[in-house]
Design a protein around this ligand. Sequence first.
Ligand SMILES: Nc1ncnc2c1ncn2[C@@H]1O[C@H](COP(=O)(O)OP(=O)(O)O)[C@@H](O)[C@H]1O
Ligand SMILES: [Mg+2]
Length: 375
Amino acid sequence: MTHDFGVTSLRIVAIANQKGGCGKTTTSIHLAACLSHLQHKTLLIDFDPQGHSTCGLGIHAEKLPHTLFDLLHPAIAPGSLTFSEVAVYARPHLYVMPAYVVLGDLEDLYPDAESLQEAFLRAFDPEALEREGFETVLIDCPPNLGKLTRTALRAAGEVVVPVEPSFFSLHGLAKISETLEKINLHREQPLKIHALMTLFDARNPFSGEVHANVRKHFGTRLFQTLIREDGLFKEAAGAGQTTVDYAPQSQAFEDYRDLALEFLERGMDESLMDAAGLQGARRFGPRRVVGGMLFQIAHEQAQSVEIAGDFNRWIPEKLRRREGGLWQLVLPVAAGRHRYKFIVDGEWRRDPYQPLQLRNGFGGYDSYLELEHSR
Ligand SMILES: Nc1ncnc2c1ncn2[C@@H]1O[C@H](COP(=O)(O)OP(=O)(O)O)[C@@H](O)[C@H]1O
Ligand SMILES: [Mg+2]
């Protein structure tokens, strides 16, 4: 029934900054947890021998039969240990590749970053991961620019650089930027760079100053979402949980949920975006109005636009054409989760302004909407 174009492809994202304590691990586990919360199947690779992403998710690496070290060991016979024998199920839609302190030995076992990178790509073949339904792979890097970090940066298509407000973090930005530039010299497709302000404290004037500097340095590549300083992160980590499960009503959870949404928006299939651009996602996505949910889509040339979803038993209803090629319809939608699609001149397509999507039974994706009970 459904026709689909531009099926989402796997995003491999390194979370890197040579500076320790800037929020790499907190960002890795929370972005991973929030993406999985939004039903995006996610793999978190703990690439730091300290194994903080592993224990932060309540996984005891020392009790596991295998960890990432075994999977990447140069002496391992091809095919004798598979991805699924090592990956640990953490929560619905989230798997973790656990790290143990021995992971650091890989730096000596491989003569150079290139050979380690080959082993990495064999272990994490993007096509195989995509067949398994994974949509995002996050790699939590160690606090240095050694072979492990360089391997992650070469294997990734994107990098998130967390920056926390301190004098030293600004100093370190030049260094990580230089590394990224060097890596880009050897790549056909340059790494897509994102920066993220973490541990933000609005009461501290230094926070604002650093934020302004980071924005100057990264421009639009800095996420608009700020991660605020919050004691809950330490508390949740101590309990082996993320704030998604530990405190889903908290601002700590909301900050990373907003980041996950912005991250998804940035990865949206650009061919599906029209002149409205990324800002359109915020302007046009479904929103609650008097009488129900307003659905809208901009399409100058279309002769007819319809919408069908769980809320109208998939019986297409026509949207009204407004000035400037904007199509709109308000529909009553009950609280809960709903899948839907637009039908533009008879062709089924996702809502280009809604970053949330779910795989459907036809091998494509539906747009997806979760409506809370009104308070
Ligand atoms: N937004 C935040 N608010 C408060 N504490 C935080 C926040 N982000 C991280 N932390 C804490 O700061 C410390 C360092 O963070 P972490 O994510 O481990 O950094 P990295 O992986 O870059 O070394 C941890 O104790 C963590 O719990
Ligand atoms: Mg860390």
